[in-house]
Design a protein around this ligand. Structure first.
Ligand code: F6P
Length: 359
């Protein structure tokens, strides 16, 4: 096997399991006698002269259990795509020239991009511009088409379940209604799985618009049956039937999903006369150590990505389907969200254990 040098970077929002991917890829590359360069701060590290470190055993040993990414990551930067004359997203031409310089000067054979929807779209454009690129899907939201699971999701779900366990004891002591807002963007996977695992009574997801009176009725029904508390999980992207998703403006002028728990809490308080408290779980869901499942999945994704480079499967990404690691074209995964089907088995299961979706 000829010596090769390949690169890897982590881009977009971080998630637990990224370091397991880096470690897995590093070990797999080492076995082939290849060098793995880890580029810092997402795609930005590709700008000349290249900001990277050699991901050998000395660097990747003992990192699997660490949250975040040892390479750093960014959501913005020079690679943010702009729409071209045809209305298609494209990386600015001068940025592609910079990347070419870095590839050439480092004699880099290929690049592994670990990222979510936006970063994989950038990876696809690099591939279309002639670079050898392989993708690894990543997001706590679990909402990428073409892979049934992403690492980071299980850790986020564990965090939601833990939060519900904690909120349950205080809610029950005070006979209160608790509303917990969780992440997930436009998909309800985190709310659904976290709510199920944490014993929620009501789960509100973007895919099933809710009615305030239905949730209020549920709270009162439970109270009449002797329940001491009601636990409501609401996904940040959920919205009432006759309303819209809640967004707030950041200091930089960006609009971000969030704030729906406050509204649900206020409406429930007014409609039931009960004491309601709200909690926004936020980035706790993204931080901390990955669960065992995410460590295993991350390791597998890293190893498989190197295998795809070895097999010359450029323009493809690792995909997890039917308990197997496979590969699919990156184009199958980008700009397409995988959302919860309101009639799926998991929703049916939730309904079977008396969980209300407020519909
Ligand atoms: O996509 C992952 C995610 O954590 C979403 O669930 C959430 O809406 C968003 O990222 C938060 O992004 P940021 O870290 O930029 O605030």
């Amino acid at each position: 096997m000829s010596n090769k040098r390949i690169g890897i970077l982590t881009s977009g929002g971080d998630c637990p399991g990224l370091n397991a991917v880096l470690r897995g890829a590093s070990r797999a590359a080492e076995k082939l006698g290849w060098e793995l360069l880890g580029f810092k701060d997402g795609f930005e590290g590709l700008l000349p002269p290249g900001d990277f470190l050699l991901l050998d055993r000395s660097v990747t040993s003992g990192i699997m259990h660490l949250g975040g990414t040892i390479l750093g990551t960014v959501n913005k930067g020079h690679f943010v795509t702009r729409l071209d004359a045809r209305g298609l997203p494209s990386i600015p031409g001068e940025v592609l020239t910079h990347v070419r310089k870095t590839f050439d000067s480092l004699k880099m054979h290929a690049l592994i991009v670990v990222g979510g929807d936006g970063s994989l779209a950038t990876a696809l454009q690099l591939h279309e511009a002639g670079f050898r690129v392989v993708g690894v899907p990543k997001t706590i939201d679990n909402d990428l088409e073409a892979t049934s699971r992403t690492f980071g999701f299980d850790s986020a779900v564990a965090c939601v379940a833990d939060a519900l366990d904690r909120l349950h004891t205080t809610a029950t002591s005070h006979k209160r209604v608790m509303v917990l807002e969780v992440m997930g963007r436009h998909a309800g996977w985190i709310a659904l799985h976290g709510g199920l695992a944490g014993g929620a009574d009501v789960i509100l997801i973007p895919e099933i618009p809710f009615a305030f009176e239905k949730i209020a009725d549920e709270v009162l029904r439970r109270e009449s049956e002797g329940a001491k508390s009601t636990m409501v999980v609401v996904a940040e992207g959920a919205s009432p039937r006759d309303g819209h998703q809640r967004r707030h403006h950041t200091a930089s002028g960006e609009k971000r999903l969030g704030g729906i728990a406050e509204i649900v809490g206020r409406e429930l308080g007014e409609r039931t006369g009960k004491e309601v408290r709200t909690c926004v779980l936020g980035h706790l869901q993204r931080g901390g150590a990955p669960t065992t499942l995410d460590r295993i999945l991350g390791t597998g994704f890293g190893v498989k990505a190197v295998q795809l480079v070895l097999d010359g499967k450029f323009g493809s990404m690792v995909s997890y389907q039917n308990d197997e690691l496979r590969n699919v074209p990156i184009s199958h995964a980008v700009h397409k969200l995988r959302r919860v089907s309101p009639t799926c088995q998991m929703v049916e299961t939730a309904r079977a254990v008396d969980i209300s979706f407020g519909d």
